[in-house]
Design a binder for this molecule. Structure first.
Ligand SMILES: Cc1cc2nc3c(=O)[nH]c(=O)nc-3n(C[C@H](O)[C@H](O)[C@H](O)COP(=O)(O)OP(=O)(O)OC[C@H]3O[C@@H](n4cnc5c(N)ncnc54)[C@H](O)[C@@H]3O)c2cc1C
Length: 356
């Protein structure tokens, strides 16, 4: 089989890139697992908070808002930041970065009734955050990619990659595919895929983040509550289909693997959440974990490998892969198809910045 572009990885990165590229070139996407979005892309908190993240991510997230709204995947949520008396300095910096407006502890508790106003010293809120229907977003990208002739193959782990004058030969368990351009959208495995292709790894580091789903505190209806962050991202809680998801917001470095929640980390995070609340956590409905993968400088890595321009990195999305997906996929399509993306933004995201 021959294709113009071969994408490795069937998470939000790979599938969105396939949708952007398929109208212009032949595209094959290979995903190891039985389904698309098995790893990080099915385990996120699904929030669109465009002011969250380093500057290039904020630029991509703001540029993605219109496409996410047009796709019908955003539902208003709002955010609330809370802090205790000894966290005043961090609170002020974060509230400013996220463009939040101060509210009293009582107003915060009116917005998120499980909060105990006696334990909250500082609070600030904004309306500009939304829930993302991440499943609907991936399915709509997958439909668009297939509509334009892309082949999206699951149960197709890439086991070897070779390069010669004519391009790439990619081996799966069942066949070999020849491609002109390779797009590395392998999430936590992106450095491993690069090594397989003879490209030096960039030092991409997966970080585990655990989640617990708990019954709605006090039997209340959380549907209209905002997402609440403990200052310095020490925990967060978000309404989720009649229940609450609570994360210890840990960022523990781990090797790439099919992640699961760490019970001790979860217990400590739930204790930090409980320290601000009126109701204890007496039961978990479920728990899980996912990997957020970061480059050494925290910015994503989007663009061609300097010495091997037919190898395109689309990795290091960290905790922002959904909220920035439309603009990130357009940028990848631009660099892959030889169009000119925004030069300043491309430089901040290019793998060249990480090569000595
Ligand atoms: C707990 C948590 C909360 C988050 N919250 C948010 C949030 O609120 N908002 C937001 O925007 N983002 C959030 N994120 C981040 C977001 O989920 C990720 O940035 C995004 O899912 C990364 O997508 P990806 O496609 O790069 O990676 P993945 O979804 O991991 O996809 C990579 C795929 O590559 C495949 N692969 C790897 N090696 C091979 C191979 N050799 N052959 C074939 N396939 C291969 C893997 O099987 C995998 O499916 C969160 C993440 C976590 C973990």
């Amino acid at each position: 089989m021959n294709t113009d572009i071969l994408i490795i990885g069937g998470g939000i990165a790979g599938v969105s890139a396939a949708a952007e590229l398929a109208p212009h070139a032949s595209v094959v996407l290979l995903e190891s697992e039985d389904n698309l979005a098995h790893h990080a892309s099915s385990r996120s908190a699904a929030l669109y908070e465009p002011h969250y993240g380093p500057p290039p991510v904020v630029a991509l997230s703001l540029a993605s808002g219109e496409a996410l709204r047009a796709a019908g995947v955003l539902t208003p949520r709002g955010v609330l930041l809370v802090a205790s008396a000894d966290q005043a300095a961090s609170f002020a910096a974060e509230a400013e970065a996220m463009q939040l407006t101060s509210v009293s502890p009582e107003e915060a508790a009116a917005l998120f009734p499980p909060l105990d106003p006696a334990r909250v010293a500082h609070a600030a809120r904004a309306d500009h955050a939304s829930d993302i229907d991440t499943d609907a977003l991936i399915q709509s990208y997958a439909r668009a990619a297939r509509h334009h002739g892309a082949t999206l193959r699951t149960r197709a782990p890439v086991t070897a990659i070779a390069h010669d004058a004519a391009g790439w030969t990619v081996t799966t368990a069942t066949d070999q595919i020849r491609a002109t351009i390779l797009v590395n959208a392998a999430g936590a495995w992106a450095d491993r895929v690069a090594s397989m292709a003879g490209v030096a790894p960039l030092g991409l580091q997966p970080h585990r983040r655990s989640m617990a789903r708990i019954p709605a505190p006090g039997g209340l209806d959380p549907a209209r509550w905002p997402m609440v962050f403990g200052v310095a991202e020490t925990w967060y809680a978000k309404p989720d289909a009649g229940a609450l998801i609570v994360s210890p917001a840990e960022a523990d470095p781990v090797d790439a693997h099919d992640a699961w929640a760490d019970d001790m980390v979860l217990a400590e995070g739930l204790a930090r959440y409980e320290a601000m609340m009126r109701f204890p956590v007496d039961r978990l409905l479920s728990s899980w974990a996912g990997l957020r993968t970061f480059a050494p400088d925290g910015n994503p890595v989007y663009g061609p490998e300097p010495d091997r321009p037919d190898f395109i990195w689309f990795a290091g999305q960290g905790g922002y892969g959904f909220q920035s997906a439309p603009a990130a996929a357009r940028l990848i399509a631009d660099v892959t198809l030889g169009r000119r993306p925004d030069a300043a933004l491309s430089a901040l995201l290019s793998p060249a910045r990480l090569r000595g």
